[in-house]
Design a protein around this ligand. Structure first.
Ligand code: 13P
Ligand code: SF4
Length: 352
């Protein structure tokens, strides 16, 4: 039963003591989230992974997060993902061969290695972080994208940003970069479907990737809500579209959304454009303080891969560890881990 599963997770955790740390992303379902020793957005959790001395880092999140934990932790530590099928569809939209092909095509038009800083959103495979590390680039999260892009544009004149075009565009626009200086690189077309002139004048070259969860939110959802509740506040994650973010009062990472909603006065009504599990949690917390929290989409949309981490997988992972068996370890090969670490540490250094 669910209760037995819960009790066994607690018992296994107790047996492992401080040899174990469980990290939980805000999008995790409640039954898993409650077992996390630390919760946070991608930035906070990557810092936590870097600081933890625990032998086992069990990551309740998605694959790229466990890779980051492995890259930033010591050689004796093991990063574990309770279900190996917990990927990220956005991360899968950029692959090393496609990014390398883009880089080669860009290099025929301009001096890419001297003119373009590659920036990868943390929602990407380790080999793309390694690509950035090798080419003077950097990683960003939704919590530090602005600081990272400012750094990147101080290094070189242009940025190739992957995989999430929305985070790139929303952040660039807030920095004062006009929309005309942001172009979308269609990775299925030669030269990204762009002319040499378009590439030369672009400050940000945005990969044609997106999050399948956040693309569900539409500007009309906000319009309809405001028509009923004119005093309500709207807050969205920067993975949502430009139009949605433009219509929102606040835009920020999951951690920022939580802080902002928590800091608002009792009685505030919020419309939130991010993953359902987090919005449900905020609604519950808000209830106690008289805050009214609404989900932006009229249809249910959850991150199905985050949802793959269930109590059964967590229990199986922990009980195996108790028995001395490491299952579902995520190990990034050293030749990728080293340059990826360079790009990640660059990020951590500038977003202190
Ligand atoms: P943050 O928690 O860093 O805002 O990221 C959201 C997300 O989509 C993680 O996959
Ligand atoms: Fe990937 Fe979107 Fe799920 Fe985050 S919410 S893990 S970006 S698919």
């Amino acid at each position: 039963t669910d209760e037995q599963c819960e009790e066994r997770i607690i018992a296994a955790k107790a047996k492992l003591g401080n040899r174990l740390i469980i990290l939980g992303h805000h999008y995790q379902r409640e039954e898993v989230f409650r077992h996390a020793d630390f919760s946070g957005d991608s930035l906070k959790l990557s810092r936590q992974a870097a600081q933890s001395g625990a032998e086992y880092i069990v990551f309740c999140g998605v694959h790229f997060m466990a890779e980051v934990a492995d890259i930033l932790s010591g050689p004796e530590q093991k990063a574990i993902l309770p279900d190996l099928a917990a990927g990220c569809s956005m991360a899968d939209m950029a692959s090393l061969d496609k990014v390398e092909r883009a880089w080669q095509e860009l290099s025929l038009i301009l001096d890419a290695d001297n003119q373009i800083t590659p920036v990868t959103y943390i929602n990407s495979a380790a080999n793309l972080k390694a690509f950035c590390g090798r080419h003077g680039g950097i990683v960003c999260t939704s919590g530090n994208a602005r600081a990272v892009l400012e750094w990147a544009l101080n290094q070189r004149e242009q940025v190739l940003f992957f995989p999430d075009q929305h985070l790139g565009r929303n952040t660039g626009y807030r920095m004062g970069i006009p929309l005309e200086q942001m172009v979308v690189w269609d990775f299925d077309q030669p030269n990204g479907g762009l002319t040499a002139a378009q590439i030369h004048q672009a400050k940000l070259i945005l990969w044609d990737g997106f999050c399948s969860v956040h693309q569900v939110f539409q500007p009309e959802h906000i319009d309809r809500f405001r028509a009923i509740y004119p005093d309500a506040k709207v807050i969205s994650h920067p993975e949502a579209s430009f139009e949605v973010c433009q219509k929102s009062d606040e835009v920020g990472s999951t951690e920022y959304i939580i802080k902002t909603v928590n800091a608002s006065p009792p009685g505030t009504r919020w419309l939130i454009g991010t993953e359902l599990n987090l919005v449900n949690r905020l609604a519950k917390i808000g209830q106690a303080e008289g805050k009214l929290v609404h989900f932006m989409s009229p249809t249910i949309c959850m991150c199905s891969t985050m949802f793959r981490i269930d109590p059964q997988h967590l229990l199986w992972t922990l009980e195996n560890l108790v028995a001395g068996q490491v299952v579902n370890q995520i190990k990034v090969p050293i030749e990728e881990a080293q340059p990826a670490r360079v790009a990640l540490e660059q990020m951590l250094a500038i977003s202190a």
